[in-house]
Design a protein. Structure first.
Length: 239
């Protein structure tokens, strides 16, 4: 077989078998609280049952891969990743973030695929006893800052700067009420990342960074808004 033929075979194998596996990292499954009465408040130290099902429950064509984890992103605080179980019908998550935290929640599977973001931030409220609240490690400092803290126009750049931790950094971008979470590995030696805003107008974005093993950064947030100049921008995928 000629070198050219080997190249064609390798290219065909990559396209046919490997690329499809890498392309679909979101929209495989969805998650929800089993208690459908939960609104916008989460009592501290309370265990909540979580259910996971196919992103398209009609066809049941795709599933997540256990085990599953809950990532809680507190606005201006330190994210926490918690193991919630392996049985998609019997998952449990306990709130350990500080009282008054505003949380964006995301369930991810063993492969890092995300199951979507709820349509609003959830506020942590006090129970009579709150012994489970954890204090995130804050030394050495590991933080994320951004060049925009208010509104962000469609297609405008959002600059994120990481300080501390150990590179290479992985930036996670999440949007309220989105089925998709975006993870980007920054080139080694860089501490700044620019995201061109393609989030849904009117929804909130949050970012975190992973660097030093076991450490996650604080999470700035930004409120994207629709402007007249953005009306001509073609629709794009969510973060």
């Amino acid at each position: 077989m000629s070198i050219f033929s080997l190249f064609l075979f390798a290219f065909w194998f990559l396209v046919a078998f490997i690329t499809p596996c890498l392309a679909e990292t979101n929209k495989l499954f969805q998650w929800a609280f089993k208690d459908t009465s939960i609104s916008s408040e989460l009592p501290t130290c309370t265990a909540f049952s979580i259910v996971v099902k196919s992103f398209d429950p009609t066809t049941n064509a795709t599933q997540g891969t256990p085990p599953y984890y809950m990532i809680s992103f507190p606005v201006g605080g330190t994210p926490v990743t918690t193991f919630i179980g392996t049985d998609e019908n019997n998952l449990s998550w306990t709130v350990t973030q500080p009282i008054n935290s505003q949380l964006l929640l995301s369930v991810v599977d063993a492969n890092g695929s995300a199951g979507g973001i709820p349509p609003q931030f959830l506020t942590v409220i006090r129970e009579s006893i709150s012994p489970c609240i954890t204090t995130p490690l804050d030394t050495p400092a590991f933080t994320v800052s951004s060049n925009v803290t208010g509104s962000l126009e469609t297609c405008a750049p959002w600059g994120v700067t990481v300080k501390g931790g150990s590179p290479p950094y992985v930036i996670t971008l999440a949007q309220i009420n989105s089925p998709v979470v975006t993870n980007v590995t920054m080139p080694f030696g860089t501490d700044r990342f620019t995201f061109i805003n393609r989030a849904d107008p009117g929804e909130q974005l949050i970012a975190k960074a992973d660097g030093l093993p076991g450490r996650q950064s604080s999470t700035p947030q930004v409120q994207p808004t629709l402007t007249a100049s953005a009306l001509s921008v073609p629709a794009a995928t969510r973060p």
